[in-house]
Design a protein around this ligand. Structure first.
Ligand code: AMP
Ligand code: MG
Length: 387
């Protein structure tokens, strides 16, 4: 058996970064930008009013000023503001050069063409030119683009971005007992859940997953499904990966030319795991137990998919929190316990069997325990992977 971190190193060695493509900004959220970009203008491009009010020159309390014009967003005031005068001004409007303050409308009394200043308020309410960003300012890469990033790129006048190609992932369930959700299962059958969970996870990671038909527990069926892999960058099989009589994935993948990189990882849940190159694709064989498959998704598949998108070789992000309930000592394998994290701390669920999707569904954290971790008491800090 090898450690989780050795297994990840093997996987990263097999995960080739994919090429890039240029896409419209409107489609860029969630994609990984792989080339840096430069702002094409200053923002704001002119000193801009931050409030609705009156553009004034060195205002004082009690001062009476004549209103000689107006500046609105998109419409600057072209005249000259001289001492004793002011202009009506609105949020986003260019501020004329000799205006020193935007006095908010709540702080003046208006009477016809004149205002009287009642209060100076705080600050000048003027946003300086380039105060947000300057022409040429860069956003570095690689970076998975968030909604906030897309807003910033749009403001920088960047209409297209260069992003990593989306990994194409073929998902294969194996087992005579499996039917698809919505079908009528026979008395000895269950519903294939793992491929659906992993499909959802892969979408969130920016990949393009595809469900292949369920492979039955015989070599011709598994071979026929492998034939449908097509141009996938990553092939993920689920189940059939341990040492039972019906566990054929290693045999069939081997016959198809896969050089197996490793087989068993010292972790709970999810011990049987294999990987290798299969033609142009990388292959990962995950365990069949539903929680094992999903935990392996978080611990192994997600970092691999990120590496393929150019985000480097990073294990799943970990945080730490205090324990809200004690833990007994851990066994020889790294344990990813289904847990609940709240402001009061982390609590591992009592039932940790690797078949319990209801417990995984109620969890928002995987509490990570090192092999042979001693008993832990309330208040001790432990690591967790947020779900
Ligand atoms: P296996 O690794 O094929 O021996 O499967 C281990 C356990 O996981 C068995 O109880 C299977 O029925 C179950 N299992 C395998 N594949 C899936 C799947 N795609 N969805 C749900 N359960 C599965
Ligand atoms: Mg099976």
């Amino acid at each position: 058996m090898i450690s989780v971190s050795d297994a990840l190193d093997h996987l990263f060695a097999l995960a080739n970064p994919l090429g890039s493509e240029e896409i419209p900004l409107i489609d860029a959220a969630g994609r990984v930008m792989v080339a840096p970009v430069r702002a094409r203008r200053d923002q704001p491009p002119f000193a801009a009013s931050a409030m609705d009010g009156y553009g004034t020159i060195d205002p004082t309390v009690g001062q009476k000023l004549e209103v000689i014009g107006e500046a609105a967003a998109g419409h600057r005031f072209d005249g000259e503001v001289t001492p004793g005068t002011c202009i009506r001004i609105f949020t986003g409007a260019p501020v004329p050069e000799n205006i020193t303050h935007v006095t908010i409308q709540e702080n003046v009394t208006r009477d016809g063409d004149h205002i009287t200043i009642n209060d100076l308020g705080t600050g000048d309410n003027i946003r300086p030119a380039g105060g947000d960003f300057k022409d040429g300012q860069t956003i570095s890469s690689p970076r998975r683009l968030t909604a906030n990033d897309v807003a910033l790129l749009a403001a920088m006048n960047i209409p297209t971005v260069t992003v990593a190609r989306q990994p194409k992932v073929a998902l294969i369930s194996t087992g005579d007992e499996l039917v698809m959700p919505g079908e009528n299962p026979g008395p000895d059958q269950i519903i294939a859940s793992n491929t659906f969970g992993l499909h959802a996870m892969l979408r969130n990671l920016g990949a393009m997953p595809r469900l292949l038909p369920i492979a039955r527990d015989n070599e011709p069926s598994l071979r026929a499904v492998f034939d449908l892999v097509d141009d996938a960058d990553l092939v993920i099989t689920i189940g059939g990966a341990s040492v039972g009589d019906h566990d054929l994935v290693a045999k069939v993948a081997g016959d198809l030319g896969m050089e197996r990189a490793f087989y068993k990882v010292a972790m709970r849940p999810g011990k049987p795991l294999m990987s290798g190159r299969l033609g142009d694709a990388m292959m990962m064989g995950l365990p069949g137990n539903p929680v094992s498959a999903m935990v392996c998704g978080h611990v192994f598949v997600a970092p691999v998919v990120r590496a393929m998108q150019g985000l480097g070789h990073q294990p799943a992000l970990r945080y730490s929190a205090q324990l809200a309930a004690p833990l007994v000592s851990n066994g020889p394998r790294e344990h990813y316990m289904r847990a609940d994290v709240t402001p009061e701390g982390l609590t591992a669920f009592e039932r940790q069997d690797s078949s319990l999707l209801s417990v995984l569904g109620a969890s928002n954290a995987l509490l990570v325990r090192a092999p042979h971790d001693p008993p832990r008491s309330v208040g001790e800090k432990v690591d967790y992977i947020p779900l």
